[in-house]
Design a protein around this ligand. Structure first.
Ligand SMILES: Cc1ncc(C[n+]2csc(CCOP(=O)(O)OP(=O)(O)O)c2C)c(N)n1
Ligand SMILES: [Mg+2]
Length: 564
């Protein structure tokens, strides 16, 4: 039997190493799914197409390799779009496939009519309809190349009759379809960075996701310069929480020690980060920024020097050149402040804080303490991001992904499913608010169906918790009827789905519920009923000093991160 366009596409994906396609089958996708059925690629059927896009995005964020998802004509593909923003905002390579009605029906307002290329335009770096078999090889190649080049989302519209048509020609080169290589900064730029560092008294090094793989060089540079290492949320996973150089995050997921260090250092060296919250960055222009992406240089803070280069090779070159610093006063001050902040975090997450109520910080800390040393944490969006982000003490070999640039509620479980498919023996823990879990709880059935032992921990406060603070921060009375909602019994729900369910309503039940959930073979939900009116920390606000202005300051601080 001669190859079809669908067969050609599946063949290319197979050859470049794609192992799964996440999707929900339907009319126009049938020819594609039939080819997948006969290939080495696993079809992972989801309950909602947004779950498919999230799964593909989760994989791509974790590995840097192409994730693939598919939805069928019209509504099926519409559902993909929201999940794809995870890949586009976090710059992860994903190929999204939209099945489309046969060409003879197009343009006649036929049932399920949409314009997929128009709909996917915003989320995609590349979107194209394969209108003829002859066009397929070039367009398939271009789409995958574009997803890797961004990295980001590429999208193809696939009319059913074209998928079934006899393939013409072949994709000319597959070898180039892969993540790009790292490259060092240019010689002259290295000299300019060294000059800035040598001139500065105190240096702080801020590490973003682009520093993946560079932990050893960062440690060495920190030691040489007596420079505290601080991180973005996406950078948190890079080093162990208790490494003395790894002082913590900047911003609401962060510490006061780091905020002060960044504000008071002579030079902030930002590496592999496009940290968006300018109000936490120095305003004096004492910033040097190093990044592979020229467009991010200098856009968040007044920057004295911006240099194009990948973190790892550039750091190696810097290490050979910078002079050692001996003055440890700045380092000692940051370390002291960090210790105090850590003690406060420990107190806030102490299970003995209340007799009968669980504070959300204790949930995050208990999960962190019980997790395997190479677990993958997938965070959702809301107040819960602050609890998980601040109270997880990562080991350095764990991974932490989330919706850190898209800030979308309801994204953790879908991404966790995708990540778990890569390795069913690795511990994957989704930490989510109840609002977020309710949004796509059908994806728990995807986990049950495909034997994905994802553990989901729900911070159950019966509310869209963050919205209360957001309303107050613009002077509004929180609209309780809009913010609060009833929940199902999540543990019973898990069991009804064929998974495992555990509930913790009181402090004494939390650790047992978690350890039992982590021990079971298969997907599980831990319903952790938490205090609803817990206030987050404000690392950049000194509450002792602001006295009765404290509440106003907290409101201001919330606005600073919600963009109000
Ligand atoms: C998809 C989506 N819808 C709405 C929002 C606005 N939003 C931000 S946080 C939040 C509350 C989330 O509630 P929950 O998941 O229960 O988390 P909590 O804040 O209670 O921890 C909402 C609605 C968003 N960011 N994303
Ligand atoms: Mg909630």
């Amino acid at each position: 039997m001669s190859q079809t366009v669908a067969g050609q596409l599946v063949g290319v994906l197979e050859q470049i190493g794609v192992k799964q396609i996440f999707g929900l089958i339907g009319d126009s996708l049938n020819p594609l799914a039939d080819e997948v059925r006969r290939s080495q690629i696993e079809w992972v059927g989801v309950r909602h197409e947004e779950g498919a896009a999230l799964a593909a995005a989760g994989q791509a964020k974790l590995t840097g390799n192409l994730g693939v998802c598919a939805g069928t004509t019209g509504p099926g593909s519409n559902h993909l779009v929201a999940g794809l923003y995870e890949a586009s905002r976090d710059h992860a390579p994903v190929l999204a496939l939209s099945g489309e009605m046969p060409r003879k029906m197009q343009g006649t307002d036929f049932i399920q009519t949409t314009e997929p290329d128009l709909l996917f335009r915003d989320v995609s770096l590349y979107t194209e309809t394969i209108a003829t078999a002859a066009q397929a090889p070039g367009v398939i190649h271009q789409a995958i190349a574009a997803a890797y080049a961004g990295p980001g989302v590429a999208h193809l519209t696939l009319p059913q009759d074209v998928l079934s048509a006899k393939a013409e020609g072949a994709v000319s080169s597959l070898a180039s379809l892969k993540p790009h290589s790292e490259f060092p900064a240019a010689e002259g730029d290295i000299a300019r960075i060294v000059q800035q560092i040598d001139r500065a008294g105190s240096v702080v090094i801020m590490c973003g996701a682009g520093c993946r793989g560079a932990a050893d060089s960062l440690r060495a540079l920190s030691d040489r310069l007596r420079a505290p290492l601080v991180h973005t949320v996406r950078g948190k996973e890079l080093m162990a929480y208790d490494d003395p150089r790894w002082m913590g995050g900047l911003g609401m997921i962060g510490t006061k020690a780091v905020y002060h260090a960044v504000q008071n250092c002579d030079l902030l060296v930002m590496i592999g980060t496009d940290y968006p919250y300018s109000n936490f960055l120095p305003t004096k222009g004492s910033v040097v920024q190093i990044d592979e992406r020229s467009q991010v240089l200098g856009r968040r803070a007044p920057t004295a020097l911006g240099v194009i280069g990948s973190a790892r090779p550039t750091l190696k070159l810097l290490l050979e050149r910078v002079s050692a610093k001996t003055d440890t006063r700045f380092w000692d001050k940051v370390t002291n402040e960090r210790r105090k902040w850590d003690e406060m975090l420990d107190k806030q997450s102490d299970l003995k804080r209340s007799k009968d109520r669980i504070h959300p910080q204790a949930v995050a800390r208990a999960v962190s303490d019980a997790a395997r040393r190479d677990a993958i944490f997938v965070l959702d969006t809301g107040l819960n991001t602050l609890w998980s982000g601040n109270w997880i003490r990562q080991t350095g070999s764990q991974r932490i992904i989330g919706s850190f640039n898209n800030a979308a509620v309801g994204t953790a479980l879908g991404q966790a499913n995708g990540v778990q498919v890569l390795d069913r023996s690795r511990q994957v823990i989704a930490l989510t608010g109840d609002g977020g879990f309710n949004m796509l709880m059908g994806e728990f059935m995807t986990a049950v169906h495909h034997r994905l032992p994802v553990k989901t921990v729900v911070y159950n406060n019966s509310a869209l918790g963050l919205i209360t603070l957001e309303a107050e921060s613009i002077g509004l009375v929180p609209f309780r009827e809009a913010i609060e909602f009833p929940n199902p019994d999540f543990a019973a729900l898990a069991r009804a789905c064929g998974g495992h369910g555990f509930t913790a309503r009181e402090p004494g039940q939390l650790k047992t519920a978690l350890s039992e959930a982590l021990a079971v073979d298969g997907p599980a939900i831990v319903d952790a009923v938490v205090v609803a009116d817990e206030m987050p920390n404000m690392p950049h606000v000194d509450l002792d000093q602001v006295g009765h202005y404290a509440v106003a300051k907290i409101k201001e601080a919330v606005l600073a991160v919600t963009g109000g």
